[in-house]
Write a protein that binds this ligand. Structure first.
Ligand SMILES: NC(=O)c1ccc[n+]([C@@H]2O[C@H](COP(=O)([O-])OP(=O)(O)OC[C@H]3O[C@@H](n4cnc5c(N)ncnc54)[C@H](OP(=O)(O)O)[C@@H]3O)[C@@H](O)[C@H]2O)c1
Length: 157
């Protein structure tokens, strides 16, 4: 199963200056719990921003870096063709697309599930998620906690 996980504000803003424009501990905990022990795939820029923050790849997850320029890190796999990688990924395992904008744009249509943290506020940003046609999905979870709504959508087959 191919899943995509993202946090976005009311205007679909997802980033500013290669960072998240907000800091919500609950969302970081949700991201950690949801992706724990799974494979996560991300663009080279998102990997760099994780490395800048944590000084290492995400712990307890298998990280795959999407890079056409063969960027490498000793603890990660790299692919120069993310679409091909996702199509070949074993169907009985869950892989999470974790950003950023370029990678979300390329892969949204391949994702079976969307884990979206809707941040019910507006932030200043420079990268935005594509418009989503929610009529293609059914909502399988929606829980609000303060500014955040944790939603899971599944593509209607
Ligand atoms: N709100 C959220 O949930 C969330 C989550 C993640 C990231 N973000 C934000 O998103 C922003 C970063 O997004 P971004 O678009 O600048 O960067 P990105 O998507 O993380 O990475 C882009 C890189 O992916 C590689 N790439 C592009 N197309 C590819 C393909 N077809 N196959 C393989 N690799 C490919 C290229 O690397 P090479 O140049 O090495 O070829 C490209 O430079 C940041 O602001 C970050 O904070 C937000």
């Amino acid at each position: 199963m191919i899943s995509l996980i993202v946090a976005m504000d009311k205007n679909r803003c997802i980033g500013k200056g290669n960072k998240l424009p907000w800091h919500y501990k609950e969302d970081l905990q949700y991201f950690k719990k949801t992706t724990m022990n799974k494979t996560v795939i991300m663009g080279e820029k998102t990997f760099e921003s994780i490395l800048a923050y944590l000084k290492k790849p995400l712990p307890n997850r298998t990280s795959v870096i999407a890079s056409k320029t063969h960027y490498a890190h000793k603890d990660c796999e790299t692919t120069d063709n993310i679409v091909d990688y996702l199509k070949r990924f074993p169907k009985d395992q869950e892989i999470f697309i974790i950003g950023g904008k370029t990678i979300y744009d390329i892969t949204l249509d391949l994702a079976d599930r969307l884990y979206i943290t809707h941040i019910n506020k507006e932030f200043d940003g420079d990268v935005f998620f594509r418009e989503i046609d929610y009529s293609k999905y059914k909502t399988i979870k929606k829980e609000t906690n303060g500014d955040l709504t944790f939603a899971v959508y599944e593509r209607i087959k």
